[in-house]
Design a protein around this ligand. Sequence first.
Ligand code: SF4
Ligand code: SF4
Length: 92
Amino acid sequence: MVDVKVQTEKCTGCRHCFDVCPVSVFVMHPRAEFPQLVDDFEVAAKFQFREEKSVAENGSACILCNACLYECEGSCITIWDVEGNIFQSTYK
Ligand code: SF4
Ligand code: SF4
């Protein structure tokens, strides 16, 4: 089964994944749902952290279109295909 995960401490809440995914893999959650989380300082040095975090709740629906991997400014999305190959965000 295809699976998708977001590394939450790097997620800036930019919503790019939510906006581009054609099969609604991602759901945005309020930042307040992660009170213990420490945001990644390297990402914070480059991008503004918003008041939301993305969670890949429907990873099995992923069709491997790669759109989210191009658009994820936190470089925090990882996708596993059915053969176990790993794909990661490439945003620069
Ligand atoms: S690669 Fe998968 S999770 Fe990412 S936008 Fe495409 S369908 Fe959605
Ligand atoms: S594109 Fe990346 S950084 Fe932006 S909300 Fe989605 S997971 Fe978070």
